[in-house]
Design a binder for this molecule. Structure first.
Ligand SMILES: Cc1cc2nc3c(=O)[nH]c(=O)nc-3n(C[C@H](O)[C@H](O)[C@H](O)COP(=O)(O)OP(=O)(O)OC[C@H]3O[C@@H](n4cnc5c(N)ncnc54)[C@H](O)[C@@H]3O)c2cc1C
Length: 416
């Protein structure tokens, strides 16, 4: 099914009768060449690139709920390439480049909006740190511009620059950073994977693994046993629980991250603004809602919903930075389960069980990683070797000490 201006017009005139479901309601077969567990962004992208780049034609994605019910449909849609250390830098830079052409690639309007990301700073020391990060981004081939207070004020006049807690001194502007419509990404990858023959099987929870002599041979699910020699796991905040069923543990903690949206307002927030000191960030959706969020809960949880203490913390930060927001009415808040690693960077690697591959540890930044992650994970599953983009995302780095701690936070999961 192809989208074009002509097709949209023609379907409008005949009541949309020619549109087809985006993907088949596939039933599980007995056996596949590869199974991907998790129909989130990473799982669906992996299935798509497995079919497209590696020619595997018997692939299943097993999703315990429905496509988009996890973090891929719960995030605040921000994409950026603002990383500094080798390993992260080339990976996220490649991912942002993929976002720029992904709508054409998948023939789906993903509403990629490079509106510019502003990361605020509040002291001379913090300005120097951002200047260094900006230079690293420029060397990598991405874009960055340091703005002083007056330069920033011209772009975002509505901030409280003189606040006594964290007076705003300026910002690092990343012009190509922005937003992408999150559920469109899930639907687009699902549709494109289905078109290449991938079975997308919803309401199918993986409950266990069949392992013979240290090698995985299949999975147990709520819809029966399914065999496959290669199994990729992309279940985000459920990673720790699922690997326990394969008999090992991961250095991953699950924490809740919340987000909020207000009623629709006329456009006035034209950028993505990140206020790190206050644990607050905001953008405005195309429907006009202010979309914002803050920090994760400081204790592990699988609750997948919001709670009032963190709502209060986020609202306080919002009021400090842009008091005008106090006039807006919040419509909804929600939560997602984050897969937090001790160094804040992901894992794309083989597991201790042969044939079982891991894609996890996205912390609260895995949406923007989806294209590069899908490409890299598909490569690993198909060839058994790490993709050059993801070669440092090894599981054993927590044992060897080769950690990728972007901000020097230290080994505390919830602080990344
Ligand atoms: C509030 C919030 C804001 C965020 N904001 C951003 C942002 O602005 N930018 C950014 O880059 N990132 C952001 N993130 C993080 C990003 O959304 C995640 O890192 C990323 O979506 C995780 O990967 P995924 O899409 O594959 O996960 P998910 O969509 O969660 O996919 C995992 C899937 O696995 C399924 N599953 C779990 N267990 C099983 C099982 N046993 N059997 C079968 N299926 C199973 C789940 O149902 C789920 O659908 C945010 C997250 C949240 C919650």
């Amino acid at each position: 099914m192809h989208f074009s201006g002509y097709r949209v017009l023609a379907e409008a005139l005949r009541g949309g009768k020619g549109w087809r479901p985006f993907w088949r309601k596939a039933a599980p077969a007995d056996e596949y060449d590869a199974i991907i567990i998790g129909g989130g962004g990473h799982g669906l992208a992996t299935a798509y690139y497995l079919a497209r780049e590696h020619g595997l034609n018997r692939i299943a994605v097993l999703e315990k709920g429905w496509v988009g019910s996890g973090n891929v449909g719960r995030n605040t849609t921000i994409v950026r390439a603002t990383y500094m250390i080798p390993g992260n830098q080339e990976f996220y830079s490649a991912s942002l480049k993929m976002w720029e052409t992904l709508a054409q690639d998948l023939n789906f309007n993903l509403m990629y909006s490079p509106r510019g990301l502003l990361q605020l700073f509040h002291s001379d020391g913090q300005r120097d740190a951002f200047a260094r990060r900006g230079n690293a981004m420029l060397i990598q081939g991405d874009d960055a511009q340091l703005l002083d207070r007056e330069g920033l004020r011209r772009l975002v006049p509505y901030l409280d620059y003189e606040q006594s807690r964290y007076p705003v001194h300026g910002a690092l502007l990343h012009p190509r950073g922005g937003t992408v419509r999150h559920d469109a990404v899930a639907w687009a990858y699902a549709r494109a994977a289905d078109a290449r023959g991938v079975d997308i099987i919803e309401n199918c929870e993986v409950t266990g693994f069949d392992i013979t002599q240290g090698r995985v041979t299949g999975v147990q699910t709520t819809r029966g046993a399914i065999r496959a020699p290669r199994i990729g796991m992309a279940v985000a905040g459920r990673s720790g629980q699922l690997v326990a069923r394969a008999g090992f543990r991961l250095p991953v903690e699950s924490h809740i991250l919340q987000a909020f949206v207000t009623e629709g307002l006329k456009p006035f927030v034209h950028h993505v603004i990140s206020y790190g000191m206050g644990h607050f960030y905001i953008s405005q959706s195309d429907k006009g809602g202010l979309v914002f969020g803050g920090d994760i809960d400081f204790y592990p949880s699988y609750a997948q919903r919001g709670n009032l203490p963190m709502a209060e913390h986020v609202m306080e930060a919002a009021m400090t930075l842009m008091p005008a927001i106090g006039r807006a009415r919040v419509l909804r808040n929600w939560g997602g389960i984050m897969d937090m690693t001790p160094d804040g960077s992901p894992i794309i690697d083989q597991s201790p069980v042969a044939g079982l591959y891991l894609n996890t540890g996205w912390n609260y930044g895995g949406f923007k990683a989806i294209p590069a992650s899908g490409l890299s994970f598909a490569h690993l599953i198909a060839t058994g070797a790490p993709h050059p983009l993801a070669r440092r995302y090894r599981l054993d780095r927590f044992a060897t000490g080769a950690v990728l701690d972007e901000e020097g936070t230290g080994a505390t999961h919830h602080l990344h």
